[in-house]
Design a binder for this molecule. Structure first.
Ligand code: CTP
Length: 399
């Protein structure tokens, strides 16, 4: 990779995946970057100092009180173009989320000026624990890049989410984080993004919803903001925290989203409809809980169509505005492309981000694979990677 040499801090914390951090460091060094490794005491139980020093070609830093005269606990963070913590244990994530700095790594992370990339690795129970999930949400909302964890074989005989992402993915995320922070090509642009899944109430207790997590929309909002845009996110139901630093408008139903989008959109240069909008709603919502006993074994619901926000938006757009739609389809190959092309024509938007989805694909994952279709030419731009990387490349197509 030809790029200006970076100063990279690799933090290694105490987990079995620490051995994979060696490959992360090796990649950075191979690409010509300066790497300082900060290991916790626990990390050195898993991987030896000589290995890390040989690979990084630098002394491994551990103690907060070593070489205090160099004020290293502040200098390393201030000077780093990016800090990559791999593996990041549940305990480390909790420290970062609360701003605790009991060691050199904690201090360095607090004093940083550049982006922070963490690659969590832990047992599934620890990852699923609400405390860890809350910490992850907090970190994401502050712009920390969370890579993985992947799903797979863990240290014992068990498997599940918690496995540290592969070194190549972590390295790619670090480079993305650096370039994302450095680019300011959206300065002065106003971007309106919708995200998440709308919910159509049946009664005060139940709703019709969909499996959209809102992760791709949140990634778009985060990247657009980091690249200098003024971002408003109209969010339906999200499963991730939106980034700090954007304006947030919360809605629940398609009708509410319709109203907000139509009111706000005239003031924006770019509108990205990434939300999964319900096509139908109840013709009348019951004011009290629907009772099973009233339905004689079958429940018939009458649904009426919701307004097509994207279509209306595209027909009302000004010449300077760019309108971007999304399409999640279960079709594959040529059928997927044909459906995408038809949807682009039918909706009348400028771009359509086409996504293949299935029971286990597209929803709630941290990675994505999309094709961007344009109304002005036949080019099809294929993009894959983390949802942040996809967000960047999607923004590139019309930035
Ligand atoms: N969309 C919208 N208003 C709706 C439904 C969808 O603005 N009532 C937007 C979505 O935000 C997305 C695009 O339209 O950007 C495509 O959504 P999708 O659900 O794939 O399309 P549909 O219009 O539902 O078409 P179909 O039922 O044929 O898949």
């Amino acid at each position: 990779m030809s790029r200006t040499p970076l100063r990279i801090v690799v933090g290694i914390t105490g987990g079995i995946a620490a051995y994979k951090a060696v490959s992360v460091v090796r990649e950075f060094v191979k690409d010509g970057h300066h790497v300082d490794i900060i290991a916790t005491e626990a990390a050195l139980q898993f991987v030896g100092r000589p290995t890390l020093e040989a690979i990084s070609r630098n002394p491994v830093l551990v103690g907060l009180y070593d070489d205090v005269a160099q004020v290293r606990h502040v200098a390393l963070g201030q000077q780093a173009d990016v800090i990559v913590v791999a593996p990041a244990t549940a305990n480390t994530l909790a420290q970062f989320a609360t701003g605790l700095a009991p060691d050199l790594l904690g201090n360095t992370v607090l004093a940083r000026r550049g982006p922070l990339v963490v690659a969590p690795a832990m047992h599934t129970e620890m990852w699923d624990n609400p405390a860890t999930q809350a910490n992850i949400s907090t970190l994401r909302s502050r712009g920390v890049v969370v890579v993985g964890p992947g799903v797979g074989q863990l240290t014992g005989s068990d498997s599940g989410p918690g496995r540290m992402s592969e070194p190549e993915e972590i390295v790619a995320a670090a480079y993305e984080a650096v370039s994302g922070e450095a680019k300011h090509d959206l300065l002065g642009k106003r971007i309106l993004i919708t995200g998440g899944g709308t919910r159509e109430p049946l009664d005060p207790v139940r709703f019709i919803g969909n499996r959209s997590s809102g992760k791709q929309a949140v990634a778009l909002a985060q990247r657009a903001m980091q690249r200098g845009a003024e971002v408003t996110l109209i969010s339906a139901h999200l499963e991730v925290e939106p980034p700090a630093g954007i304006s947030l408008v919360s809605v629940s139903t398609a009708a509410e989203m319709h109203s907000e989008v139509m009111t706000l959109s005239p003031d924006f240069d770019i509108v990205i409809m990434a939300a999964a909008v319900s096509d139908y709603r109840m013709d009348s919502v019951s004011g009290s809980k629907l009772k099973k006993a009233d339905n004689g074994g079958e429940l018939h619901l009458t649904l009426v169509e919701n307004p097509d926000i994207l279509k209306e938006l595209a027909s009302a757009k000004t010449a300077e505005q760019i309108i971007v739609g999304f399409a999640a389809e279960t079709a594959t190959g040529e059928d997927l492309l044909r459906l995408g092309q038809e949807k682009l024509d039918r909706k009348g938007c400028d771009y359509l981000v086409l996504n293949h989805v299935d029971w286990n694909e597209g929803f709630g994952t941290d990675r994505n694979e999309v094709k961007v279709l344009s109304s002005s030419d036949d080019r099809i731009i294929k993009v894959s990677g983390s949802k942040l990387a996809v967000a960047d490349k999607v923004l590139d197509t019309f930035a």
